[in-house]
Ligand binder design. Structure first.
Ligand SMILES: [Zn+2]
Length: 589
């Protein structure tokens, strides 16, 4: 339909359906979301027990009708609605209803290491950081938050740390940044200059060791420089940036607080990017400590070999802060926290299990006395001290912002018994290509064990090597440890090479929710064919008094699937899926 015909059509629709504008406003107010799972079931109600009404695909966008717990009702077009699990969606941050600056206001950042988040609040995930002097385009504002964009990053930052410089970013030079450049000296033999801050961007030239460049801004390990009269990007890692006389100048990227991480997994892959599908470029072992250079989506960037950096899964690191100012229980000078919501509980101790001694309202500000775990110790108006959870306040001053605990919050202190199927003289099934089920189940179990251990879970393996363990003694282990969850790991086989996919078994209704949570999490992560969660009459779950399930994690009788499930990448993904499913189960049951 030609564009110019659209207006009369909409007018006609408005005349026919008088309530159309109202409907649209309602949707816009609740925002929209994007599906993040490859394929996601849409259900008739807000829970896994409701019938499946359809499915949606990764990348599709829907308007949000309403939310209930972890479930979101979405509009499927027309009057059709359905429910999807919140954890397989990502909310679109730029709600159309929020005051949008169409004229492109610009500004510059006034703090180093300023966190950029997915949404307007400290409860949103950190997507990167910006440094003092960095010019940003301001897209919209929401309360104390501004939605900003640079060539490298898009997200929300606290408005407090932006110097607004009026409109018309496109024509006027952004104040205080592009003019006040620092000088950077190239430290690599030859450094590629790129159009954009990405390794995939076009190379437009090279700088030799010792060459000088004017640094305009820095973000996410990239430095924006002036190159042949144009703006361009180089990896900041190979640039020694000198401070400048101007107060607006860009400082070298020195994070406000530094962390070290000690590897907790026996052997951990280092990848070229912060995702499980990144290329493996090295590995590190248990007990090794590294300075954490950067953190993104639970991944940490480390120098794993002299001069070589890469990304590793952050959940396999025990993190400690460096420097005396950040030591636990150390007084934190000149820092305060601001309460984000009315009725925020201030407690006697650093845990939700302690008594509430005060209720604070939005905007209330308290001085920080110390940091204990994930809590700030604060001084109250009456002279007493109390504790507030670090992730429900915003911070002012040098005190580090505490992140909302992730999955590990829910698995901490739970007892999980992992049962790697078969072992010793019992090989289990043998794959078409010769893979032994008993070897693979142990591999999966050990990865999952490491992950749970790192998050403070009490984990027990029914076997930790290639030995034969009887079925009754596996069940005894579950009873003896009073397992909060018992997970038996298996790989499947059938006399038909084309059959593939994952099945989860439970024996009674008490075990079913555990099965459903883990099944949906693993299927969505691994993209294995979903063969469902169902009743199964297996000894280790039938005779088990605990929440016990048995997972069949793919068919070794299918040559392609045998190859897939044997890859380290699949093993890591499966362990992640089980871990997250467990966290969701413990959160809800
Ligand atoms: Zn088996």
């Amino acid at each position: 339909m030609p564009k110019n015909k659209l207006v009369p059509v909409i007018l006609c629709l408005l005349l026919i359906f008088g309530n159309l504008p109202a409907l649209e406003t309602a949707n816009a107010d609740n925002g929209s979301l994007t599906i993040t799972a490859t394929s996601l079931n849409v259900r008739q109600g807000p829970g896994l027990s409701y019938p499946v009404a359809g499915s949606v695909k990764k990348g599709e966008k829907y308007s949000i009708v309403k939310e209930e717990g972890d479930w979101i009702q979405i509009s499927l077009g027309g009057s059709k609605k359905g429910w999807v699990a919140e954890w397989f969606t990502s909310k679109d941050t730029s709600k159309p209803s929020v005051s949008k600056n169409s004229n492109g206001t610009s500004g510059s950042i006034t703090a180093n290491g300023l966190r950029v988040r997915k949404g307007p609040g400290t409860n949103y995930q950190v997507v990167g950081s910006l440094n003092s002097g960095q010019a940003v385009e301001i897209l919209s504002t929401n309360g104390n938050w501004s939605e900003v964009r640079t060539p490298a990053i898009h997200g929300w930052v606290s408005k407090e740390y932006i110097r607004f410089s009026g409109s018309n970013a496109s024509s006027a030079p952004a104040a205080g940044s592009s003019n006040a450049a620092s000088k950077g000296i190239v430290t690599a033999d030859s450094l590629n200059v790129r159009e954009k801050p990405s390794l995939n961007a076009n190379t437009i030239g090279q700088l030799k060791k010792g060459a000088e460049a004017a640094v305009l801004s820095q973000s996410n390990g990239w430095a924006e420089i002036s190159f042949a009269g144009k703006k361009a990007w180089v990896s900041a890692q190979f640039l020694k940036v000198n401070g400048n006389t101007s107060s607006d100048s860009v400082k070298p990227t020195a994070p406000a607080e530094q962390y070290s991480g000690k590897v907790t997994a026996s052997q951990l892959n280092v990848r070229d990017r912060n995702a499980l599908d990144g290329r493996v470029i090295g590995s590190v072992s248990q007990g090794q400590s590294f300075l954490i250079l950067e953190e993104q989506n639970n991944w940490v960037k480390i120098e794993f070999k002299t001069g070589k950096t890469g990304w590793a899964a952050g959940w396999f690191f025990d993190k400690t802060k460096n420097g005396p100012a950040a030591a636990p229980n150390q007084p934190v000078k000149n820092s305060s926290v601001k309460v984000l919501h009315n009725g925020t509980n201030i407690r006697k101790g650093p845990s939700t299990g302690t008594t509430v001694i005060h209720r604070a309202n939005q905007g209330d500000t308290f001085n920080v006395v110390s940091i204990k775990n994930d809590w700030y110790e604060i001084s109250l108006p009456n002279g007493a001290v109390g504790f507030v959870a670090g992730w429900i306040v915003s911070i002012q001053g040098n005190v580090p912002q505490i992140e909302k605990p992730g999955a590990e919050k829910h698995t901490k202190n739970k007892t999980v018994v992992i049962d790697p199927g078969h072992g010793g003289r019992d090989n289990g099934t043998t794959g078409v290509r010769g893979t032994l089920e008993k070897t693979l189940t142990l591999k999966t179990a050990q990865l999952l064990y490491d992950k749970l251990r790192a998050s403070g879970t009490n984990v027990v393996l029914t076997r930790n090597n290639d030995t034969y363990i009887s079925l009754p003694s596996r069940v005894s282990s579950s009873h003896y440890h009073s397992a909060d969850a018992f997970i038996s790991l298996h790989y499947d086989s059938i006399n038909d090479r084309s059959v593939r996919g994952m099945t989860t078994y439970y024996y009674n209704s008490k075990q079913k929710p555990l099965g459903e949570q883990i099944h949906s999490s693993v299927v969505s992560k691994t993209m294995l064919k979903d063969r469902g969660t169902r009743f199964g009459d297996y000894h280790v779950i039938r005779e088990n008094r605990q929440s016990a399930i048995l997972l069949e994690l793919g068919y070794l009788s299918n040559p392609a699937e045998e190859m897939l499930v044997s890859t380290p990448q699949y093993q890591e993904t499966v362990a992640n899926g089980i871990f997250e499913g467990l966290a969701r189960y413990f959160k809800n049951y």
